[in-house]
Ligand binder design. Sequence first.
Ligand SMILES: [Zn+2]
Ligand SMILES: [Zn+2]
Length: 153
Amino acid sequence: MEAKEYTEMRNLLTGYLAEKKLRRTEERYMIFQNICSFPGHFDVCMLHQQLEDNNYHVSKATLYNTLEILVDAGLIVRHQINTKIVQYELRKLADTHLHLICTKCGAVRELRDSTLKTDVDNLKIARFTPEYCSLYIYGLCSKCKYRMQRSGR
Ligand SMILES: [Zn+2]
Ligand SMILES: [Zn+2]
């Protein structure tokens, strides 16, 4: 990510925290900075591990709380993959693709389809101003499909 993009998002976070009268703690910025280094999806465990690797110790409670703030501020999106798996992603990244989710194993694949994206961007919707769009297509990944065919179901 470019430094300029990071600075812009950081400023959005500062604006959000000020508006909501939330404390601008070093922890929140440190967590956000770490999130920006992920190239794609991540979950709470990955984030926690990365912070630990950087010798930064934060409680899971602080992590969840900060993730909620970042979702609410519109900086990251929360993907509920299935009942067990929750992943997060920078909204800037999530905006560039749609998600293919396997209903059997929860595998997520990203699909870049410019036609669909343009169609969505060009939609004229009455009495509603779109901010961003998350698209999910549910189905079977090739591995699960192969396994099912082999087991004769
Ligand atoms: Zn994604
Ligand atoms: Zn699968």
